[in-house]
Design a protein around this ligand. Structure first.
Ligand code: CU
Ligand code: ZN
Length: 211
């Protein structure tokens, strides 16, 4: 940054000299090549930093969920929006009730127990919590629970602004998505006591609406 600042000062000094020397207040053609490249480079750098924290807008990923017996349970769609990542899904064939739902750290779903997916996705080293906890007090992968109804189906849609898609520290692309057999209490460390893993799917990028 110092480099650019001093560049601007030198540029401004040069412009003053040119303006003072030529007397008229109109800008001369000489000043343009001095100033424009400096401002262009500063703008590009800021834009890149911003995107790294936000994920790639419009990027879409999907996780096709399978049980430990290899049955397909449904699909979960991830879309990077300006507010966060929109997570939408329809899953079937579990007992009614709330079931723990998390992104796990490894993109590996080896049946039947899916232990290969590792622990909760937690690149920033926070304790286990729930989606309503502040970002510093939960794993990035902590979605809390999804509710299965009397027909054994769970339909859900929520936005999570801690994770990102396609860029950033908490990018979930390529990670495993897990549904557990039991409820996540959002307190017990480090798993929420949600029991064994009922289904697993890897979050894969399928489409980008980015030009
Ligand atoms: Cu989990
Ligand atoms: Zn967790």
């Amino acid at each position: 940054m110092n480099r650019w600042l001093s560049g601007s000062i030198v540029g401004a000094a040069l412009v003053s000299l040119v303006v003072a020397g030529c007397a008229p207040a109109q800008p001369t053609e000489d000043e343009e090549p001095v100033e424009e490249p400096i401002f262009d480079e500063i703008e590009e750098e800021e834009e890149h930093d911003h995107q790294a924290d936000q994920g790639v807008l419009g990027l879409v990923g999907t996780a096709v969920m399978h049980t430990g017996e290899g049955e397909e349970m449904g699909e979960v769609i991830f879309t990077q929006t300006e507010e966060g990542v929109l997570v939408e899904g329809l899953l079937e064939s579990l007992e009614p009730g709330p079931k723990g739902f998390h992104v796990h750290e490894h993109g590996q779903c080896d049946p039947p127990d899916f232990e290969s997916a590792g622990g909760h996705f937690n690149p920033e080293g926070h304790p286990h919590g729930g989606p309503d906890d502040p970002p510093g007090e939960r794993h990035a992968g902590d979605f809390g629970n999804i509710e299965f109804d009397d027909d054994g189906a769970a339909e859900f849609s929520f936005v999570d602004d801690m994770i990102t898609l396609g860029d950033g520290t908490n990018d979930v692309a390529g990670k495993a998505l897990i549904v557990h057999y039991q409820e996540d209490d959002e307190e017990t460390q480090p798993t929420g006591d949600a029991g064994p893993r009922a289904a697993c799917g890897i979050i894969e990028i399928i489409r980008s609406d980015v030009e």
